[in-house]
Design a protein around this ligand. Sequence first.
Ligand code: URA
Length: 474
Amino acid sequence: MPGHAIHPIDIIRKKRHGEELSQAEVEHFVHTVVLYGEQKIAEGRGEHPTLLAATDKISEAQIAAILMAIFQHGLSHRELAWLTNAMRYSGETFDASSLNTFTVDKHSTGGVGDKSSLLIAPIVAAAGLEMSPSISVPMISGRSLGHTGGTLDKLETIPGFDTQLGLVRMAEVLRETHAAMMGQTPKLVPADRILYAMRDHTGTVESPFLITASIMSKKLAEDLKGLVLDVKVGSGAFMPTYEKSKFLAELMVSTGELAGTRTAALLTTMDEPMGRFSGNWIEVWECVDIMQGRRHPMSADLIELSTILSGWMLYFGGKSATPEAGAQLADEILASGAAYKSWLHIVAAHKGDTSIFTNPAAFHKPKASRVLKASRTGYLAGMDCTEVGWAVQRLGAGRTKPGDPVSAHAGIESHAKIGTHLKIGDPIFTLFSEDEALLAEPYRMLEATVAISDTRTEPQPLIREILTRDTVSL
Ligand code: URA
């Protein structure tokens, strides 16, 4: 019956049997979730919440039941597209139309020592500044949580760096520098804030459908024409198996493409920390070194990943004929110093103090450090990279719950990669902390997880698979 009222209980009944919801039902669900969130905020402030019409109401129990039904039965491609779109427009969105530029961003499912965003933004921005047609990176990033690091925490170790730009200033910074690197605004995708908190309490975080809607609604709210997804696989990855990572990547590619955004997903290996350093300031230092032309051997995987991901972004933006040529261009932009010039420009636009990049090593001031050495001669065979991420967190670099403070100088330096031959006593990791007492537990965790063997283990290739609209069903 056209125009009839939609009730949460009907959505629950349909979805618990695995039936497909209509677009109107999905949109109504998101609409009521946002109103529910606004009521809770008003209550929290001690204000009288506005009276809602019966048809606009949904209870916490009903939201939870719908999430669990989705967790159990999944969503069709259409339902996922409707959910993502309704979430995307649940609050304010970025509008890039006046900038006349190809907006492109990268999203990673999270890793240890993965600082590629800090290289990719200036590489692509440099291409935007120096070459026509215009290309820009409106990068909205997150904070560290659990075993993975967060771009905002790294950037905020630069004195003065403002990550809370807001969308109006973001447009100005994009116009000036072709890249903005900031945190999510409180009004961007409010539906995700409410649903994510509820998923956390109801054991429904791991649904690939809900993860896709959550990630893609936030990315698409940036008004992107192109998106490159770095979906990690391996012992440090967010998803527990290769198949689950691939399924998530397929859902995200099809959702992006259905929304009209060119989307590629690269399945990349996360079996050991990426690059030389894992932490906050030390990761910025590593990137500054690279952009200033110093390529430490431990940074080779980071440089490869960053140029390949940038290559896809440049290709989508029409700067190269193929993603491979894009990667080559990205490497040239790095090597020529153009990315560093662009980095200085971006940091200054965010009110960051660029003078510390003159001697980044001197800015690293941990109060305590300790070296984990090889207990025997042999090859570095592997480690549980999630455990390494937790060790970095316990040193003070990460947080277990949102809002916890993080240390700028805590973290680890990797001295060997999987497959490296080690002699007894060779350094594997140096641990840094701002508190001597915080070294012991992470040291034990790293010691227990590092494996050395007599035979060489071949590391997995960095790029395992690439998914695009040509390889996933839409
Ligand atoms: N990151 C997100 O933003 N959402 C999820 O659901 C999972 C990871």
